[in-house]
Design a protein around this ligand. Sequence first.
Ligand SMILES: C[S@@+](CC[C@H](N)C(=O)[O-])C[C@H]1O[C@@H](n2cnc3c(N)ncnc32)[C@H](O)[C@@H]1O
Length: 239
Amino acid sequence: MTYWTIALAVPLFIYAGCGGLFRASLNSPWRARWQQPEAVVRALTIPPGSHVADLGAGGGYFTFRLADAVGPLGKVYAVDVNKGNLDYIARRAQEQGYTNVEVILAEYDDPSLPEGEVDLIFTCNTYHHLENRAAYFASAARYLRPGGRVAILDLAGMNWLFRLLGHWTPKETIRNEMETGGYQLVNDFGFLSRQNFQVFALSPPQTKRLATQPYSGSQLSLPQFRAINPLSGGGDEPS
Ligand SMILES: C[S@@+](CC[C@H](N)C(=O)[O-])C[C@H]1O[C@@H](n2cnc3c(N)ncnc32)[C@H](O)[C@@H]1O
């Protein structure tokens, strides 16, 4: 997406709210160039059969890619506070034969997921919309299965307009807030040009090995991660 497309799109978002125009721009084919959705999903090493929540699902940009990753025995909860977005996702799921996508109308301070049922809470470009985030994710811990993870992608403030509108969160802020909420950083991927991409877990990942698909990228155990990267983490591009 060019600079002018973004500059034009943002005021339109404001007027259109989360309507059709907003969803169309989120799902634009140009987005893949910087979003690298396949690399993002691959980096998460999601075992088939997993239950994943797409928090702030929007137009389903990641919902359906996550649904492909979890397969027919898994489930993706498309979670949003906007009913129009959820209706759109439900309609698309039905039209495209996705039986593993379920929509959930969330509260602003609660994703309203089934308790103890979720392996991964995934959230893209939504973190900056949440309030009292440490408390939000501390409370959301009850939705996770043992060994569950939270993957957070948010805009890193490269664009002045998004900075001005507050549509971004510094990586360190996310890490500090998640640590306050009781989580530990387990991955810090640096391959996205516009977003930070961090993964957190409530307990060290050694308690439950999540990778059924072998992954030789930067997925490290917490002690390994800290030994290599005591302060901020590296950010390898996944193969
Ligand atoms: C910028 S869009 C991102 C959509 C999608 N994740 C993507 O990357 O294309 C942010 C989404 O978060 C939703 N949202 C905002 N506040 C929320 C909250 N407290 N809980 C759940 N969803 C929220 C909005 O309705 C919107 O669909």
